[in-house]
Design a protein around this ligand. Sequence first.
Ligand code: ADP
Length: 299
Amino acid sequence: MTAVDPLRLATTEDPVPPRVRLRTEQPAPTIASRRSSGARIHEARPTVFDIRDMSVYYGPNRALMGTSFRIYRNLVTAVIGPSGCGKSTFIRTLNRMNDSIPGFRVTGQVLYHGHDVYGSAVNRVEVRRRIGMVFQKPNPFPKSIYDNVAWAPRNLGLRKDLDLRVERALQRAALWDEVKDRLRVSALSLSGGQQQRLCIARAIAVEPDVLLLDEPASALDPVSTAAIEDLMHSLKARYTIVIVTHNMQQAARVADRTAFFSLDRAERVGTLIEEDDTDTIFRNPRDTRTRDYVTGQFG
Ligand code: ADP
C-alpha cells in the first residue's frame, strides 16, 4: 500500500509526477530459466490490478461474470477470446471508461494498487490519468501534432516544461524523429500508423502508470502493426500494459501474460477461462476450451 491514495493525488506542476514506485522489481526471467525452475514470469512483481469476482452488467444483461485475476507491474498482459466474450468490456472497466453508459454496473472489486477503482471517494479524472487508454481506431483530435500531445497536460494544468513533456512523449512513442520538424501541422495529415503512435504519445504525456490498448493495431497495415508491437516491448519498461487483441500471433509476440476469455455455454455470458504466462497458455493450457481456441479448433 502506498503512503498516499494514488487515485486522489492532486495534479502537480512537476513535469514528471510521482509514479507508484517499484520496490521489488526484478528483471524478467528468460523462458528457458522459467521452464527449468518452474517459476512464473510475474513472480516477485508487484500487483497493479487485483480483480476480485468482478461481474459487469449493461442494464439487465450480464456481459462478464465472476472474473478474478491479477495484473502485474511492467508486464504486457494480453486479453484474448472470441468476439462478444467481453474483452473490451473488461479492459474498459479497469479505468471506468464505461461509466457513462446507461445501466452499466460493476459488482465485485477492481483494486488498483490496493484501492478500489469504483470506491465512492475516487477521483475519476485521476483514474484516467493514471490508467490511460488507446482505442482500436486512431482518434487524433483535429489539431496540430503538438496540440494533441499537449492537450491532456494543459487540461490538468501541467503547463510547466510543456515542450519537454511533448518531446519526451513523442520520443517514447517512437514518433519524434518522424514529426519533430512539423509539430504544428495537423495530426490528421499523419498515416494511420503514425496517428496511432500519436495517440499513444497523447496517453503517455501525463505520465500514466498503466496503458490499456484496445486492439490498437487491428486497423493498421503490417508495417505499422510491427511498429506498435515493437513499441510495446520498449514501453513496458516504464508502464504496465494491458492489450486486447483478436490476433493470437500478436498476443504470443508481445505478451508476457495472457488471459483467455470465452462465452460460458450455459449462461451465454463472458467469463475468464484461464490466465497464465503466455508461453503456458499457448503451449500447455490447463483448460480444453483454451487449447481449442489457441489451436484454432474453437467452434
Ligand atoms: P468483445 O470485446 O469480446 O467483442 P464486448 O465487451 O464488446 O466483447 O461485448 C461483450 C457483451 O457486452 C456483448 O454481448 C455486447 O453486446 C455487450 N455490450 C458491449 N458494449 C455494450 C453497450 N455499450 N451496451 C450494451 N451492451 C454492450
